[in-house]
Design a protein around this ligand. Structure first.
Ligand SMILES: Cc1cc2nc3c(=O)[nH]c(=O)nc-3n(C[C@H](O)[C@H](O)[C@H](O)COP(=O)(O)OP(=O)(O)OC[C@H]3O[C@@H](n4cnc5c(N)ncnc54)[C@H](O)[C@@H]3O)c2cc1C
Length: 428
């Protein structure tokens, strides 16, 4: 049985089915959300449906149960869950693969939980788009300068891939929409990117990170490094460098922690992620496997520190997908088919879509920027999307987004649904 249908759970279930095993997938979502495309969804470059791969019809004869795992009885080998209709039941298992992903790591900052929006779900991406368009529209009709400034100021916290891609693409998209709002002057629209780190996306290396920083600045983004947020209210944000901003939009992309389901098991965790060995089993529980953002998987490509501890694999889609293949192989081996092997994967690099013709990519140690990086970035996503239909849909969305940008906002998602606290309690 597999819990979760994201990068880890989906690819593992598919692999297990191909090995002829009986698979039950229990997931809170009825699709696999391709999270790296959420910034594209937020700017309207990709339709939300294109970024979700349905489970039905793509996982062969796997039994798909829509519901939220509430707990695992390790002795009885049963998962307790609440179904989509609110009813509760138990599902038995022989082998259990935990892949419930992560939740947004909220820091203890006054007002953050009440006012910040996240970007981990399709709901949040859709809300963000409508909200930003709505704020600009509202500001265009306002005369009060304070309210107008607050409506036109957007703060994104976290300069990792989610925050950097989002702010780069949003600043470009909103800049292009300004001519539709002649009452708004270009300087009035303000985007901020805030991070405690000294660099934007340090994983890109100093040269590409600096390129990304310069690109953001050219797009008018005010990047504040070595800075965090001190306090958030409905219409004001205070930064740790003392800046007070009139602002009604804070997007929190500052890190994740393991899904609370794994810490509820009473087993050892590291930084909120379930501790597993290199074979992806939980020590002392050969029937229990964990992968992806929810698992603390030792990175065998890195040397141990002085205390003999190895660094953990970072929480990325790339690792979750590769761990899915390794876990499926080791689960089959535990049932007498083939041999188990430790998880060992050299990072293949990063792809970062910065909107328009711009991107940064580090495939196989190369450092690419501009159009070449854009081709690599889009090519990688099309390759990694699991079905031909999704690849075709996303490619078509990208092709249309240039000549026919989507400028409609539906306002279909309530603000409450997009606040991090609600979104995490009710994922997707
Ligand atoms: C905006 C954004 C951009 C990103 N960009 C990149 C990128 O460019 N490159 C990259 O490598 N990584 C990127 N990531 C990170 C990447 O998406 C994650 O590392 C990856 O999704 C982890 O896979 P996972 O299977 O562990 O979890 P997820 O993909 O999050 O899947 C978790 C699954 O578990 C289900 N679930 C959760 N709780 C329960 C429960 N209690 N019961 C049942 N089911 C449950 C969820 O519904 C979901 O189906 C990005 C993430 C975000 C949010």
């Amino acid at each position: 049985m597999v819990i979760g249908s994201g990068f880890g759970g989906y690819f593992a279930a598919r692999r297990l089915r191909r090995q002829g095993l009986d698979v039950t997938v229990l997931s809170a979502t009825d699709g696999m959300v391709y999270a790296p495309l959420l910034p594209d969804v937020a700017v309207g470059a990709v339709d939300p449906r294109s970024a979700v791969v349905p489970l039905t019809g793509t996982l062969g004869r796997a039994r798909i149960v829509r519901g939220r795992a509430d707990g695992v009885d390790l002795d009885a080998r049963q998962v307790h869950y609440t179904g989509a209709d609110g009813s509760t039941a138990d599902l038995p298992y022989d082998r259990l693969l935990l892949a419930p992903g992560s939740v947004t790591r909220l820091l203890d900052i006054p007002g953050l939980a009440d006012h910040a929006i996240g970007l981990k779900t399709v709901t949040e991406a859709l809300y963000l788009r409508d909200h930003v368009l709505g704020r600009i529209e509202a500001a265009s009709a306002m005369d009060d300068p304070d309210r107008r400034r607050a409506a036109l100021t957007f703060v994104v916290v976290g300069a990792g891939y989610a925050g950097t891609e989002l702010v780069a693409q949003m600043a470009r998209m909103t800049g292009q929409l300004l001519p539709l709002h002649p009452r708004i002057r270009p300087g009035e629209l303000r985007w901020f990117l805030v991070d405690v780190a000294p660099a934007v996306m340090p994983e890109l290396g100093s040269r590409l990170g600096e390129d990304a920083l310069q690109l953001l600045r050219r797009r008018g983004v005010d990047v504040r490094l070595k800075t965090s947020v001190q306090r958030v209210t409905a219409d004001r944000v205070t930064l740790t460098d003392g800046t007070e901003l009139d602002c009604t939009t804070v997007v929190w992309c500052a890190g994740v922690t393991g899904n609370p389901l794994v810490s509820s098991l009473g087993l050892p965790t590291s930084k909120g992620r379930l501790v597993v060995g290199a074979d992806l089993t939980v020590p002392g529980h050969p029937e229990l496997f964990a992968i992806g953002d929810a698992a603390a998987v030792p990175d065998l490509t890195k040397d141990p520190d002085r205390d003999g501890h190895r660094p953990l694999c970072p929480p990325t889609a790339q690792h979750a997908m590769r761990q899915a293949t390794a876990a499926a192989r080791n689960i089959a081996a535990s049932l007498g088919r083939g041999r188990a092997r430790p998880y060992h994967h050299h990072d293949l690099g990063l792809v970062v879509d910065l909107g328009g013709p711009d991107a940064a990519a580090t495939p196989l140690g190369l450092h690419l920027a501009g159009r070449t990086a854009k081709v690599v970035t889009r090519g990688y996503h099309l390759y990694a999307l699991p079905t031909v239909r999704r690849r075709a849909r996303v490619a078509a969305d990208w092709a249309l987004a240039g000549p026919l940008p989507d400028d409609v906002s539906f306002g279909a998602v309530d603000r409450d649904e997009a606040l991090i606290t609600t979104a995490e309690a009710d994922r997707p």
